[in-house]
Design a protein around this ligand. Sequence first.
Ligand code: NAD
Ligand code: UGA
Length: 461
Amino acid sequence: MTTKIFRKKIVCIGAGYVGGPTMTIIANNCPDYQVTVVDISEERINAWNSDQLPIFEPGLLERIQKTRGKNLFFSTDIDRCIEEADIIFVAVNTPTKTFGEGEGKAVDLQYIEQTARRIKKNAKSNKIVVEKSTIPVRAAETLANILHSGSNSVQFEILSNPEFMAEGTGVEDMEAPDRVLIGSKGTPSGIIARDTLMEIYLHWVPRERLVTTNLWSSELSKLVSNAFLAQRISSINTIAALCEVTEADVTEVSRAIGMDSRIGAKFLNAGPGFGGSCFRKDILNLVYLCEYYQLPEVAAFWEQVVALNDYQMERYVKRILQAMFNTLVGKKLAVFGFAFKPDTGDTRDAPAIYICKQLLEERADLNITDPHALDNARKELQGIEGEVSFVEDPYKAAEGAHGIALITEWNLYQELDYQKIYDSMEKPAFIFDGRNCLDHQALYEIGFNVYPLGKPPLNHL
Ligand code: NAD
Ligand code: UGA
């Protein structure tokens, strides 16, 4: 057997939603590089080495199967992989701090710091260290201070290469990215490191899509990008509230304003609030940074994006309560969709968590259904008081229910037989389409009392 000689060895520390998929795409496009993804979680690594991946992402399994064992590896042998690597990506989690200074806003950098210390301990030759995790602006400075502390003569060149993929479309986002951003120092060694990373992406990304900046601009652009996207959602959600009381229709308003090329059509879908592990966390990080640099007006502007998201989730629950005669006690509600968006099993910070907790607080009985997120839904609601069932089949979830709350716009919910569902429900039957993805007129004609979001209801009562 001959051992393949690779051009360079890459290791990625952190085998999560970012580390696993990003490295798979690199391995698929760069057969001349050896790519190893490492993690402290043996369970996660075992799952990446099986066909039951730890995350659901369309198209990912096929791509892993193409390269796993050839130039893509998953391992828990972190120290050896660090020692052997030329390029080290850091893709560990950077959650919001839940304690001490900056609690609830600042980033908890403990996993980044642990990673930096482990790199320093095991590196015996010069390395390029790439920040893939989303971190506060100027975090590279902290990383450099840790890596270069003490008497180690190894040189580390730090790059910022934030990830912009969205879950559910991760594979296509990474295979044809709008841009790849690389921040580096302007020193000769910084430029060499930057070009080394560019070489990898040039295997499949056109040169004009590679954007280079200084380190701080790159770090900040990642936070700002998420903040701008979330800001659009909160903006349209405020207009949804106004539409509901003025008989304007938020879908029509989105379409009308989105056709202005200066505004653009994307991220203007009103909903029950944005979720996911990053929007809230990254905006709060931005808010904390603004407060830290004594820019309270700027901090307050961005904090409002999060406040309005909370308001939107509350509003969705209030509308259900009011429509259903101001009491949910003992009423059964089918919850369609728990993942924070379709095509993922991820439920981190999903609006469904808050909404379900509020509905349970009102003493409704919940039948939660979702094609990929029921295991995570169970974990999210563990220990919460109330009647909750987790049901795979949406028809069963709706059986005997007084209402349906659609929270995640999985395609399959648009293809259901709503006549059959209506026939099996208590009357009057309600449906609260939090994503405006169903045919409201058809549902009304079947007999439902239909409550779209940001539009007047279609009500038989
Ligand atoms: P995740 O929680 O899914 O994965 C992080 C992994 O890092 C975990 O498996 C954890 O066990 C591992 N880890 C933590 N400390 C470690 C250590 N010291 N050594 C080895 N492994 C360690 O997180 P994620 O969703 O992949 O996010 C990672 C980063 O990427 C975050 O900063 C996030 O903001 C950013 N990001 C996420 C997305 C996304 O879609 N999820 C998109 C863009 C950017
Ligand atoms: C988001 C960004 O889109 C990615 O660019 C970024 O890399 C990622 O965060 C990250 O840093 O983690 P993601 O959270 O996976 O990606 O998914 P999005 O498609 O952005 O959706 C986020 C939330 O906004 C979902 O709950 C979705 O339902 C909601 N949304 C989105 C709306 O309510 N309306 C819209 O028009 C669009």
